[in-house]
Structure formats: C-alpha cells, structure tokens
Design a protein around this ligand. Sequence first.
Ligand code: BTN
Length: 229
Amino acid sequence: MLGQPRLDVETCESTQLLVDTSLPEGALVVADYQTGGRGRLGRSWAAPAGTSLLFSVLLKPPPHRPAPELSLVAGIAVADALERTLGLSVQIKWPNDVMLRRRKIAGCLAEARDGAVVLGVGVNVGQTADELPDDAGSFRTLTGRTTDREELLAMLLDDLGSRYAAWREGGLDAVYDGLGPRDFLRGRQVTVNGTSGVVTMVDRDGKLEIAVGHGETVKVSSGEVSYAR
Ligand code: BTN
C-alpha cells in the first residue's frame, strides 16, 4: 500500500528531498508549502501555502521497468482521481502534465535516487489566476470549486497504488487504457528537440511519435514540447 509510513510537514524546501530512500516502498511525504519545489527539467514548482496538494512517494520498481515511465503512470493515476472527483474529462500531456480544459492542473516528477524512485506530484487546487502561470489552472479557476486536499490525496494514492501495481506487473502496456484515450498532444503540431511535426500518439513504450511528413515518423523519448495553442 502506498502512503505508509507518512510524514506531514507544514513547510519544507521540497518534498522530494525529504523522502528517505532507506524506508520501505510506499513511504510518503506531504507538505502544505515548499520553498524550493522542483519541476521537470530543472524548473521550479511554486504554490502559495494552503492552495496545493504536494507530495512525494518512495517507489522501488523492478530494475527491468524504465523508471521515466513512472511520470506517465502517475499522470494516469492523477487523471483517474481528478475525473472521478470532478466528473470532467482530463488529458495527459506527454510526458508528465495533467490537463483540464487545456490548462495544466497537475505535474508529476519521477527522480531516480539510491536505486529507488522518488515520485512527486503537485495538484493545483485553490490558487487564483494571479497565483498561477499563464498556461496553468487550478480546481478553483477551472471549475469554480475546490476540493478537500486530504480526500483527494487518499483517492489519488489509491489510484496510484493500482496503476503502479499493474505497471510493475505488465509495464506501460498494462495501464495504456488510461493513457491512449487521454493523449492531449495527439493531432497537434509540436516541436520537440528540434523535430517538428504532428503527434500521432504516445506509444506503448512511452515514446512520443511524431509524423514529420512524407510518411515518416520520429519517436522521441524525452524533451521539452512546444505546441501551438
Ligand atoms: C512538473 O510539472 O514539472 C513536475 C512538477 C512536480 C511538482 C511536485 S510538488 C511535490 C513534489 N515536490 C517537488 O519539489 N516537486 C514535486
């Protein structure tokens, strides 16, 4: 079960840094506020106190499973929980963003450490528009309501536990039903690592497939995606 043991803090630099990798798989750190929240590709993740769900969980996947896939697995679990809470459809923007109404509502970060993976999730709940980047949204800005962060965390850990167990057993293929139909980038014109074209899919190995013209496709395993809004 994910979430045991659990450490709750009011403030820390980043929940990612508070996870002790010698603890058993499932150990959880939850914070109300972070002074140096970490995002993907060295970016920061900021949220005023009391507005966000911020947590990191310790995972110890089998060595043959590619750890970077865990940000997609987390994205699927976040999408499962948000759809159930909101009754709205939610998309996943490869490789780690969760989107509602074309804005980023949550982000996932899988960092390898000491042979384990520290998986961090941030969900925007109560921020106002001025407290968010232009391309982001929160429960409050996108739906006009908020949610109880503790209840959302419980639901999310449940969904993450099931999706993670399925992935451990059967890889990304085993959770693909939660990813393929929610692919935000499919059909969009993108540029990734200097390659431009139209996204055809996120494949069953977690790669982004881009049609670059003349019937050719290129697969990308990581990178920053820019797309026309
Ligand atoms: C991203 O979209 O770039 C990933 C954002 C991940 C943010 C979460 S908030 C909780 C955990 N602690 C951190 O410092 N980062 C992750």
